[in-house]
Design a protein around this ligand. Structure first.
Ligand code: AMP
Ligand code: MN
Ligand code: MN
Length: 328
């Protein structure tokens, strides 16, 4: 059980920057804005800047979302930079050049693949979300309702709404405590997780329709080329949820979803159901993540990328021996 206090890391600190990873997901946004609100509410003397690039519109209901910075001021030296949910150093966005200028860097995370060093790093791969991690560094009585909204959203998103195996009894207790702040928990989940624009639904439908099922139905692959993204008018931030939809197919152990970020550069998402460690697969291709959810960037045509991944996954997804005997 962790218990710490964010206040212990604020000695002599006047300026703070809080940042997450590129293409911020619900946990990243909830953690960054939750931390911003907590510091502003409880340490009003601090000057706090939050950095989030390409913030999705559905997250705009959170307090402070209209103040987030998308670009970093050249040469700005913060007393403290707080990095949240980053997974690896190369996923930090615009704030990257400011890291060497900062006096101290504090990192909270829950990625098994995060092995970087900072002034302080608190990484708990067994925790559901970074929002859950940072809750333990806050005084529960000093968490405002608005802050609780952000943290609850982060936990809900990274647990697939309290479904994934990373959801623990502690996760549920933290969520219950946040719920007791009087947050509109039902609306938060519906508005930010389930609701999709028509174009998002279209691209998801098309990807599922054109997906490929291989290795006796154990692996499913879906991809979107950048010309198709342009046709439907969708951006990277509209792709959330597609890989989970693919994984929901009965019999599938691993789902791959990839979209072309720029010609021949693919953002790859990997999900598994029960036995393949996809963080290992992602690390083979300089990515990272969790055992059941990981990602990486790959280059080439869609066929090159699929070939490289399937070559590696073939062994992992080979049928168990007794099954092979049954079939022969
Ligand atoms: P995604 O498929 O983008 O939703 O990512 C799944 C998980 O893997 C998330 O926890 C990400 O933080 C992590 N992840 C995705 N891409 C990378 C990458 N290139 N390097 C390290 N971690 C990643
Ligand atoms: Mn994240
Ligand atoms: Mn996370």
């Amino acid at each position: 059980m962790i218990s710490g206090n964010i206040g212990d890391y604020l000695d002599g600190v006047k300026t703070v920057a809080i940042a997450g990873h590129v293409n911020p997901d619900g946990d990243c946004v909830g953690s960054v804005l939750g931390m911003k609100m907590y510091l502003e509410d409880n340490y009003p003397e601090l000057q706090v800047d939050a950095y989030l690039e390409n913030l999705r519109d559905v997250f705009r209901f959170l307090r402070g979302s209209d103040e987030v910075r998308m670009t970093a001021e050249e040469g700005k030296a913060y007393d403290l930079i707080i990095l949240l949910d980053i997974s690896s150093r190369d996923r930090i966005g615009v704030i990257q050049p400011l890291l060497p200028l900062a006096d101290k860097i504090l990192c909270f995370d829950h990625h098994v693949t995060n092995r970087d060093h900072y002034t302080w790093i608190f990484n708990y791969p067994e925790m559901s979300s970074t929002a859950e991690v940072i809750y333990h560094y806050m005084d529960p009585d000093s968490i405002s309702e608005k802050c609780a909204e952000a943290l609850y959203m982060g936990i809900a998103h990274d647990t697939g709404i309290f479904q994934y195996s990373s959801t623990s009894p502690v996760t549920m207790r933290v969520a219950a405590n946040l719920m007791e702040k009087g947050i509109p928990f039902s609306r938060i989940v519906d508005d930010t997780y389930y609701q999709k624009t028509y174009a998002q639904n279209q691209i998801m439908g098309r990807t599922v329709m054109e997906s490929i099922l291989v290795f006796d139905g154990r692996l499913i692959i879906g991809y979107v080329k950048n010309k198709d993204m342009a046709f439907y008018g969708v951006e990277p931030k509209d792709m959330d949820g597609i890989v989970n939809e693919l994984r929901n197919t009965i019999g599938v152990e691993v789902a791959i979803f990839m979209y072309e970020r720029e010609p021949s550069v693919w953002k790859v998402s990997l999900r598994s159901r029960s036995y393949v460690d996809v963080s290992e697969v992602a690390q083979k291709f300089q990515g990272g993540g969790h055992v059941r959810a990981a990602g990486c960037t790959m280059h080439g045509s869609q066929y090159d990328v699929i070939n490289n991944l399937t070559l590696y996954l073939e062994k992992e997804l080979a049928p168990a021996e007794e099954e092979q005997t049954e079939k022969s």
